[in-house]
Design a protein around this ligand. Structure first.
Ligand code: HEM
Length: 172
């Protein structure tokens, strides 16, 4: 029962927020939607780049250090709380060249969109299917959809754990 509730809680807000953010990313990159429409086989790569590029959490993944650790010169003591920004890692130029460019043609292997290690997202397969369905629907049914406002005028929900647009104004 507890497991079912956790899967629902962890699987609803994450998907709802991520899909909204990913739609904004796609509306800002109409060429990607045209490419997906022309060749649906590109969609899995688009899904992975969306997962790398689109930030989701507004805080960080929380970890409690169980032992004294040296992380590239940064000392972490046992018992200290560590906030890990998966979003920052996904935009690390040492890991991805031109990380702030949305490029579905890139090698996205190693992205942390679903975390890493023991707490790697158990819903990743379902989430990938959801994102794939969203890209397909946008590409097939709404290829002319565009943001109706400049991206920096979008408003985001304040204080939410997951980055969520208040609304996505569109035109076509
Ligand atoms: C686009 C959608 C999703 C994204 C981007 C996402 C991302 C993530 C990330 C980054 C983590 C790791 C957090 C950490 O390391 O602390 C995580 C954990 C988790 N996710 Fe997802 N997730 C998504 C959808 C889902 C769905 C659909 C489910 C369930 C049906 C789900 C269930 C969980 C659970 C239960 C955890 C905790 C795992 C643990 O702590 O061992 N997620 N997710």
């Amino acid at each position: 029962m507890v497991f079912a509730v956790m899967m629902f809680m962890a699987g609803y807000r994450t998907s709802a927020s991520f899909l909204a953010g990913a739609i904004v990313t796609l509306l800002r990159h109409p060429d990607t939607l045209s490419a997906a429409r022309a060749d649906p086989e590109l969609i899995p790569a688009i899904v992975e780049e969306l997962l790398r590029y689109t930030p989701m959490a507004t805080g960080g993944a929380k970890r409690l250090a169980t032992a004294d650790t040296d992380l590239n010169g940064l000392e972490i003591k046992a018992g200290e709380l560590v906030l890990v920004s998966l979003e920052a890692a996904n935009h690390d130029p040492a890991a991805f060249s031109h990380p702030d460019t949305f490029n579905p043609g890139r090698d996205t292997s190693g992205h942390l969109g679903f975390g890493h290690g023991a707490h790697f997202c158990p819903g990743n397969r379902l989430a990938r299917m959801q994102i794939h369905a969203m890209v397909t629907a946008l590409a097939d049914h709404s290829p002319a959809l565009r943001l109706a406002v400049p991206p920096h005028d979008l408003r985001w929900v304040n204080g939410a754990a997951f980055r969520t647009p208040q609304a996505i104004p569109v035109t076509w």
